[in-house]
Design a protein around this ligand. Structure first.
Ligand SMILES: Cc1cc2nc3c(=O)[nH]c(=O)nc-3n(C[C@H](O)[C@H](O)[C@H](O)COP(=O)(O)OP(=O)(O)OC[C@H]3O[C@@H](n4cnc5c(N)ncnc54)[C@H](O)[C@@H]3O)c2cc1C
Length: 495
């Protein structure tokens, strides 16, 4: 067995780093210009909405402003439009609501356009730790959120015939267990999930020999159902569906950063329209007045919400990816997506394109080689970290001898900024600053997905969209069974 070029069992050290208080680090800056080029964004033709609404007239008035055009912001717009159409004619004034999405850079150029492309829900992972912190019911909900989100995305893609458009691959997911503590922890999680009544019938533990025979790596593993896809294309599809429903009531302004948000006070010089709104958003292209704001800014949330800076809020954390051509055909690499080393590394082969015979493998990870910093508190996705790059280059040839050529250079390499929280849970709901509880009425947030957003964002966006639509209609929002109560902002005030 070759020696892995990885720092193993670093999860606990990363957790400690997430909880460290910060004095000297500033709150998140805006997304930086000229980010590294990612496979998803910079493949020609992949981002038709890249510059949408970046020039010409700016929308100056909207009912709802969504800040951020990643999967969370666009999913929220999609869910709001869906909920509004379901309300029909007697939708308590909801019909004709105007939604504006504001994006600092090109469309979907944040984490969603730079991630690993996995749509892998948890089936049992983390149940022991989650139960210990928040109780078994919450652990069951944490799994339910991921199952709900992933299955709803797959259903939507299939129902709208978009499988090819978003490159949906149903290849399953394999976790490699490199160390004995990982094996022990996984078995404990599995047993706890089973005891809690979670359906684990699709989970298969694999022996080292089974993994070697099927995949060529000499480690035990776990196989679960799972998909991979082209995240930017999924978000483009969601935007187009929303546009079909809302027409001109949906506007998108890319390259339009929101630099501050201030309350509108009725004053003599306010126009009649502005005076009926609650919030004024400042952008370099002019102001936008609106009644509701959704912060879908993930890693960058603390730029507009300074109280969310630091370990009790959202920590911008840089992830790095390489696109490496394998040396073996797809049949040997298999269509499975993968993770290993407590989730620090994750990879999957792209479907073959054109004349290709060996797949391009998208591999992310390597942050643990920068410990004790773990790439925390940086929004710089315009550069790569050579230490991380070296770990990524060495990993697959070592883990799968013969299937990857040692020393082969990746075809692309990029970074993206994740939004970490110390509990690894997102914040979902009305914005609440414990020091000023009533200061943000009408502002909501769904952010802090901690590098595991594909099976959570769309579901959390559904919940926050439901809260906004209920508030507009003057109704109580019923929290869905599948949403962990610990994700709700009102339950996070003491962190
Ligand atoms: C390298 C990397 C690998 C990952 N791999 C995976 C994976 O394989 N599977 C998985 O489940 N998750 C993965 N993730 C995490 C996942 O991509 C995120 O959780 C998810 O994309 C978050 O979506 P979002 O819409 O909340 O945030 P984002 O996609 O980051 O969108 C936020 C948007 O807000 C914009 N913005 C920020 N501030 C402002 C402002 N003031 N004004 C206007 N616009 C603003 C940003 O430019 C950005 O486009 C990965 C992330 C990274 C970076």
């Amino acid at each position: 067995m070759s020696t892995l070029p990885l720092v193993l069992n670093a999860f606990a050290e990363e957790q400690a780093a997430l909880e460290l208080p910060v004095q000297s680090v500033p709150a998140a800056a805006l997304p930086v210009p000229n980010p590294t080029k990612s496979f998803w964004i910079d493949t020609p033709g992949a981002n038709p909405l890249a510059k949408e609404g970046s020039e010409g007239a700016l929308t100056h008035d909207a009912d709802i402003c969504i800040v951020g055009s990643g999967i969370t912001g666009v999913s929220a717009a999609y869910h709001i439009s869906r909920l509004l159409s379901e309300q029909g004619e007697d939708g308590a004034g909801a019909k004709g609501l105007k939604i504006t999405i504001l994006e600092a850079r090109d469309f979907c150029s944040g984490a969603t356009g730079r991630n690993g492309g996995h749509l892998t829900p948890a089936f049992f992972q983390g149940v022991v730790g989650y139960s210990a912190l928040y109780g078994t019911d919450e652990a069951v909900r944490a799994i339910a959120l991921e199952q709900h989100t992933a299955s709803e995305i797959v259903k939507l893609v299939k129902d709208t015939g978009a499988e090819a458009a978003v490159d949906l691959v149903e290849g399953g997911h394999t976790t490699l267990l490199f160390t004995e503590p990982e094996v022990v922890a996984s078995k404990a999680d599995y047993a706890a999930a089973q005891a809690a009544g979670i359906n684990v019938s699709d989970v298969k533990f694999l022996t080292k020999e089974e993994v070697k025979e099927t995949y060529g790596a000499e480690y035990p593993g776990i196989h679960t159902p799972g998909h991979n896809l082209w995240p930017l294309k999924l978000v483009t599809h969601l935007y187009n569906l929303t546009k079909q429903t809302l027409g001109p009531d949906l506007t998108l302004h890319t390259n339009t950063p929101v630099t501050s948000i201030a309350a509108i006070s009725a004053s003599a010089d306010s126009s009649a329209t502005t005076a009926s709104r609650r919030w004024n958003l400042t952008t370099p292209r002019g102001p936008i007045a609106c009644s509701y704001v959704l912060h879908a800014t993930n890693a960058y949330a603390s730029h507009l919400l300074p109280h969310m800076h630091g370990p009790s809020g959202i920590i911008p954390t840089r992830g790095q990816i390489i696109a490496l051509r394998s040396a073996a055909p797809l049949a040997e690499i298999t269509k499975s997506s993968w993770d290993g080393n407590e989730g620090f590394e994750y990879w999957f082969p792209r479907p073959l394109a054109g004349e290709e015979t060996e797949p391009l493998v998208i591999l992310g990870g390597g942050r643990e080689s920068t410990r004790p910093k773990f790439e925390l508190y940086t929004v710089d996705d315009a550069s790569v970290n050579p230490v991380v790059g070296e770990t990524l280059r060495k990993f697959l040839p070592a883990a799968f001898p013969g299937k990857y050529e040692p020393g082969r250079e990746p075809e692309m390499e990029w970074t993206g900024i994740m939004g970490y929280t110390k509990t690894r849970d997102p914040f979902v709901g009305p914005v609440i600053d414990p020091a000023k509880p009533d200061a943000y009425k009408g502002q909501y947030i769904a952010a802090g997905f901690t590098g595991h957003g594909m099976p959570r964002t769309y579901g959390c966006a559904e919940a926050v969209a439901g809260m906004i639509v209920a508030d507009i209609a003057g109704k109580e929002f019923t929290v869905p069974d599948w949403l962990p109560r610990h994700h709700l902002t009102k339950n996070r005030l003491n962190e």
